[in-house]
Design a protein around this ligand. Sequence first.
Ligand code: SF4
Ligand code: SF4
Length: 387
Amino acid sequence: MTDSSTSAVLDRTGLDALVKTLGAQGRTVVGPTVRDGAVVLAELASADQLPFGWGTQVEAGRYRLVPRADGAAFAHTTGSQSWKAFLHPEREKLWSADRTPDGYLSVTEEQAVSPSYAFLGVRPCDLRAIAIQDRVLTGGRYQDSGYQERRAGAFLIVAECTEPGATCFCVSMGSGPGADAGFDLALTELVDETGHRFLVRVGSAAGDELLSRVPHHAADPGTKTAARDAVNAARDRMGRAMPPVNLRTLMGESLDAERWDDVAARCLTCGNCTMVCPTCFCTTTEEVTDLTGDHAERWQRWDSCFDLDFSHLHGGPVRSSPRSRYRQWLTHKLSTWHEQFDSTGCVGCGRCITWCPVGIDITEEATALHDELAARLRQHQGREPER
Ligand code: SF4
Ligand code: SF4
């Protein structure tokens, strides 16, 4: 049986064994850990490195670690990194070229061997983000072979959300706080009078095989109910929500909105929101040479639609104003992404709100655009916006 109805319970010892077994299988285990005053994603040698006893307080433009008395490992919200840092890295060498003694160029394609990753503690919103990047980077006519290889070998262990942050809005995007499919194993952490434990659900044959190698016991009805209740309680405690309207239509009908000037007056066009976003995928390439000109390399690196150069065509950038660049980003996320990739480009993780240096809030902007559109339609057409 390898579907997500298979469930078991792990304790701390079982979690330790899970990490060790993955390591022994040659996998690079990556998960949350505390470093420099934040929960970051990093390689783990042991489950002891998880952020036991740490939670987070987030708000627009604000992130703080806070100690927790219950010793929970997965009670923090998403940090500035997402799994794209590993599957779709910030910088990647594509090829190098060397001048040969007879004056020709010898070009060598980069053949780096990708690690076989195991991601521990993937939030349901981030699981959805990985599925979105799968469609972007491995679907259609052009595939990213590096991403394809890293993704094909990745083992995904979800940690369902029981402590949403003030900037989270996954419920209104339909991407959390629980996960039903797309993982190898899914954990729900519980700390109560019965003890500190993890309900585990199996989502694949590989997950089933791994679970069989670590100490566990069959899930009891009390643990299953407590896990379901904890996720449902998280659903009711979301910090934010997108307006309950048709966001595609809203963006399509808001191209000339005055709100774009308002947000442009605050936006620094720093691109932080695109860097932290788990679905933003844009890259550019750059060539570097050594001083002699005998060796050159081509690198792919993340790019941002907030960068002036991003839309530079002959004669200058297409989107020269902050207004046009913010509008492009939000409209792509919530509307035109559907036409390109058949889904929204936002999973409601809240990172762009938390890590925006001036606290611009995507849900607040969408709500303001909706209010402006509603007022305009009522006044000029006597109708309400599409919901
Ligand atoms: S919305 Fe915030 S994070 Fe994004 S570019 Fe503007 S200032 Fe930077
Ligand atoms: S747009 Fe913001 S909330 Fe939506 S997925 Fe990206 S970072 Fe998360």
